[in-house]
Write a protein that binds this ligand. Structure first.
Ligand code: UD1
Length: 346
């Protein structure tokens, strides 16, 4: 790709010590970018910086900032006027918690976005990547899901914050020089193959793969499979599980697209998935294969709010972004298992 930008540009990664954020910091540093990560450590650990350094040979700049603190955000940007791009991960992401405490989600996910955009609109030009989710599609009528599938009423305050975030960015783009890419993730799983960084769920994991690995390592007695009466081949729900390293690489490519001024609209949207749907039982089988052990699980009732199936049409990301997920489900599960072993056997 012809490069119109200076590779040493400084990129801000909010939530840079979180699961997807930390993997993206690694890929940015691998590409030569200078990264400044901010994080309030509410769902991450400062030790992640060491993991990033062990992989890339370089510790990113870091500031412990809570983006709900408007003056802290202002101070940060006046101190760092040379930021050329922002990748915004910092957000709360537990669906159940968002139902219990909606205002926490609106405050954290919406206010922080507004404060960031308020700073970016002061610049002559800004480049902004937003973490969105396939949750905006709800139960889409057609599989695989394209970016033009209708947005459905959100099933949770968490999901609503992603929809509102997309709308805010779209409105702001009309009247500012902020160029944005909205990345709608399907189900991110796995860890860096080095097992130096990975997912660190707080408390009981809500997501399937961390629950599987914690069960296999003996932290949980058994996995509950939520429903086997869905209209799918084996009765369990279908998702598109994407390796977090593939996902991280897509962020770097999206950022380069903006820095290179290759975007065709002020706001572009891409699905990030593999394009392949896997059922819960298929994930369990694949995990048993790569870990060489049987998983203790039982079938229970459906989980409220779950959709039957969601997997991505990745044509737009493949052709326009020039990105394609490389890892198989097995590879992703293998990396998640290696990570689980590493953190429990320290
Ligand atoms: C969930 C969120 C989604 C969010 C994403 C972030 C819901 C309804 N959706 O996606 O909005 O963007 O996390 O990571 O919560 N499963 C089990 N047993 C378990 C856990 C999960 O059977 O203990 C099943 C689920 O029913 C689902 C699949 O595994 O069919 C994947 O679940 P999960 O990992 O929680 O992701 P999503 O629900 O797809």
């Amino acid at each position: 790709m012809q490069c119109l930008y200076n590779k040493k540009m400084k990129i801000l990664v909010t939530g840079g010590l979180g699961f997807i954020g930390s993997h993206t910091v690694v890929e940015l540093q691998n590409e030569g970018f200078e990264v400044i990560a901010i994080d309030n450590l509410s769902n991450s650990s400062i030790d992640v910086l060491d993991g990033i350094e062990r992989i890339t040979g370089k510790k990113p700049l870091f500031e412990n900032i809570d983006l709900r603190n408007k003056s802290a955000v202002e101070n940060f940007f006046s101190k760092h006027q040379d930021i050329s791009g922002v990748i915004h991960f910092a957000a709360s992401k537990a669906v159940g918690e968002s139902v219990e405490n909606p205002l926490l989600y609106y405050e954290n996910n919406v206010n922080s976005l507004v404060y960031l955009l308020q700073e970016l609109q002061k610049k002559p030009e800004a480049h902004f990547i937003f973490s969105s989710s396939c949750t905006v599609y709800g139960q889409a009528e057609k599989m695989p899901i394209t970016e033009s599938a209708p947005i459905q009423t959100a099933m949770s305050p968490y999901g609503n914050t992603k929809q509102i975030g997309e709308e805010i960015i779209t409105d702001v783009a009309k009247v500012t020089n902020i160029n944005s890419i909205l990345l709608r993730y399907f189900n991110p799983i796995g860890a860096h193959p080095s097992a130096e960084i990975g997912e660190l769920p707080l408390g009981v994991p809500q997501n399937l793969v961390p629950f599987i690995t914690q069960t296999a390592i003996g932290l949980r007695e058994k996995l509950s499979v939520f429903g086997n009466d869905y209209p799918t081949p084996d009765g369990t729900a279908i998702r598109d599980y994407i390796h977090v390293v593939d996902l991280a690489k897509a962020h770097v490519i999206a950022l380069q697209r903006l820095l290179n001024k290759q975007n065709s609209e002020k706001v572009e949207t891409f699905n990030l998935g593999t394009g392949t749907g896997s059922s819960v039982l298929e994930v369990i089988n694949a995990f048993e294969k790569v870990s060489n052990q049987k998983l203790n699980y039982q079938i229970v009732g459906r989980r409220e709010g779950d959709v039957i199936e969601a997997y991505a049409n990745t044509d737009k990301a493949n052709t326009i972004l020039g990105w394609k997920a490389q890892s198989t489900l097995e590879e992703a599960l293998k990396s998640a298992w290696k990570w689980e072993n590493k953190i429990r056997n320290k």
